[in-house]
Design a protein around this ligand. Structure first.
Ligand SMILES: [Zn+2]
Length: 628
């Protein structure tokens, strides 16, 4: 059974086809240990919390096996489904009898809770049965259904088990009966079911599901659920020029995922053209430097262009996860490296910050500056984020490579062994690298039954032009933000080598992002850095980095092993401001002394003692605007 997350193998309008998770054996310092933590810590502890908080009891209750009332929020079923999906894909990476047994148990409870007509949602049982489908805008029934479909498809693909898929198909058929073409015109307030229906279509071949997904996209924007930008219901997706300020970030990005999936099956150009406009609008004005999305607490929403506050960044973990998911789909559809860049950015930074190094604490909100109070929690009443980051980590082995008819795409770099099927044969790849800590990548090629094909290496957008060598000889120069094609007749043991310039470097923001004026963020390879108090003597909010002094230093003993970025900074003595909030320009003179600062990857912050953190650090004035 192939462990494929987004199965574009039969999709007519895609450039890239998937490589199953089990075909990629990670051997790297970064992701392999995170997948182990996922299986050993995250999934078992999340299971316990699903039990403790009554989320699984809700299924037992619906099945008549347990008494009591429904517990928690009305969409809590979705957390259980996301957990099953995460566990299923993680099991494709490595079979773990304990996690598999837990998954089987949970799935049995889910399946037993299904109604005879196929409906399945534990909130709307018994006393609330008559309220089904009565408030599509708010009650998340199709949202929950979508997560069920994704979990069911994952389980079928990775473990070969049809139990949950059978339940998903019955529920999808029920939804088609109620909301299909010519039936009731309904659309859910929270997108999700669209991409799930397309995946269910890919798994079952039932075209009704694709048809329903497309219908759901086209019904949105006609005021059926109130017409608000928050719900992306203010105008049809095909007519949107921007991600509207006030749009709920996760709703928006899930909708874009679904639309990309529908495009890949139908070739519907106007959908893709809209997605292209929305993508530009987002990455050119409304996305954090971490790949996080959603700058407003109010409505967990996207703001105006350049409205990107740091301390008050909302940047929900789920939104960064969704941003990675959307860009992965855009990459599969187009084969364009700019989408892989954003996918990588959101994955390594905005999303990964959502989980602790220990694997059992989570951020819901991801600020880019903090005074020392924000800490990860073990769970939330609305627990959308923990299982969402779990499933994204489970996807990672399946994101590293993709294939064309006679080409292999290297999307992400991670030391690994992989087998990729091509027309007429297969190729084994051994990738050797210390990425993201080092930009040197070597890929050894072992063709089996195929001779001539292309290896496409992604030259990350953050790098400089990179020399590509084959067997030690120059082959060409890869331009940043493109895939570099090495096409040749391959022989066993051929080695392709690239060295990407990981930095460190300073990044500045568009002048209209007012909170970043006179400031810069530190980047090292795909990683965004921050200054955290635990590594610095002086308050990190009072440090002004001196450009041109940055250097990287590997620290195996720190935060699970990280490259730190060190350099010179001016430590400003803000005590001169004591008792004042405002003063005539130039009246308060601050003393400064030169100190050394240490920055760590943003994903790793808040794993030690409390203290301030800052991503956009002040620049020492004399060098403002110059590069590192
Ligand atoms: Zn969330």
């Amino acid at each position: 059974m192939p462990g494929i997350v987004i199965d574009t193998s039969g999709s007519p309008y895609t450039r890239l086809k998937p490589v199953p998770i089990e075909n990629v054996k990670l051997q790297d310092e970064f992701w392999a240990s995170r997948l182990d933590t996922l299986l050993n810590v995250t999934l078992p502890t999340q299971y316990k919390l699903l039990e403790e908080t009554g989320r699984i009891d809700n299924f037992r209750r619906a099945a008549g096996k347990a008494k009591g009332s429904f517990r928690g929020l009305y969409f809590n079923d979705s957390d259980v489904y996301k957990w099953v999906e995460a566990a299923s894909f993680a099991l494709a990476y490595r079979r773990d009898p304990r996690v598999e047994e837990l998954t089987d148990r949970v799935v049995a409870e889910i399946a037993a809770a299904q109604d005879e007509d196929g409906y399945l949602n534990t909130y709307f049982t018994f006393e609330r049965k008559r309220e089904r489908w009565s408030n599509l805008r708010d009650m998340h029934e199709m949202y929950c259904a979508g997560h069920l479909f994704q979990a069911a498809v994952a389980r079928r693909r990775t473990l070969g088990k049809r139990d949950l898929l059978a339940a998903a198909v019955r529920f999808a058929d029920h939804i088609y009966e109620v909301f299909g073409p010519g039936r009731r015109e309904g659309v859910d307030g929270h997108p999700e079911v669209e991409m799930a229906l397309v995946e269910l279509y890919r798994e079952t071949g039932k075209r009704e599901y694709l048809e329903l997904a497309r219908l759901m996209i086209d019904r949105r924007g006609r005021g059926l659920i109130g017409g608000s930008p928050y719900h992306l219901d203010h105008k049809p997706l095909r007519e949107m020029e921007e991600v509207p300020p006030g749009a709920h970030a996760v709703r928006a990005l899930y909708l874009f995922c679904g639309a990309a999936d529908v495009y890949m099956e139908t070739g519907d150009r106007s959908l893709m053209e809209a997605l292209e406009r929305l993508w530009r609008d987002l990455v050119e004005g409304k996305m954090y430097v971490t790949g996080g999305v959603g700058s407003r607490y109010e409505g967990e929403a996207v703001g105006e262009a350049y409205e990107l506050p740091n301390e008050r960044a909302y940047a929900e973990t789920c939104a960064a996860v969704a941003n990675a998911m959307w860009n992965w789909r855009m990459l599969l559809a187009t084969g364009e490296a700019r989408f892989a860049d954003v996918m990588e950015l959101a994955l390594y930074n905005g999303a990964l910050a959502g989980i602790s190094l220990s694997g059992d604490l989570y951020f819901y909100v991801n600020p880019l500056a903090d005074r020392g109070r924000h800490r990860r929690q073990r769970w939330f009443e609305c627990a959308c984020c923990p299982p969402n980051i779990a499933r994204l980590i489970a996807y990672v082995p399946g994101m590293v490579y993709a294939r064309g008819r006679s080409s292999v795409y290297v999307n992400l770099y991670a030391a690994s062994r992989a087998a990729v099927e091509l027309d007429g044969g297969r190729v084994q790849l051994v990738q050797r690298t210390r990425y993201p800590w080092d930009g040197l990548v070597e890929i050894e090629v072992r063709p089996e039954g195929v001779e001539e094909f292309s290896l496409l290496l992604r030259a990350p957008g953050w790098s400089k032009p990179a020399r590509i060598e084959v067997n030690g000889e120059g082959f060409g120069t890869a331009q940043p933000g493109t895939y570099f094609e090495v096409r040749r007749k391959w022989k066993e043991g051929d080695v392709v080598r690239a060295r990407f310039d990981v930095g460190p470097a300073l990044v500045e923001a568009h002048p209209h992002v007012t909170c970043n004026t006179g400031r810069a963020a530190i980047r090292y390879g795909p990683l965004v850095y921050c200054l955290e108090q635990a590594d610095n003597e002086h308050n990190v909010w009072d440090l002004a980095v001196v450009p041109g002094t940055l250097r990287a230093e590997w620290r195996s003993d720190l935060l699970g092993g990280v490259v730190t970025v060190k350099g010179k900074a001016l430590a400003l003595d803000t005590s001169a401001w004591a008792g004042k909030l405002y003063a005539p320009l130039g009246e308060v003179q601050m003393q400064a002394r030169e100190v050394e600062f240490t920055a760590i990857p943003y994903y790793a912050w808040a794993n030690r003692e409390l203290g301030p953190m800052i991503v956009w650090v002040r620049l020492a004035e004399q060098k403002v605007g110059q590069s590192a």
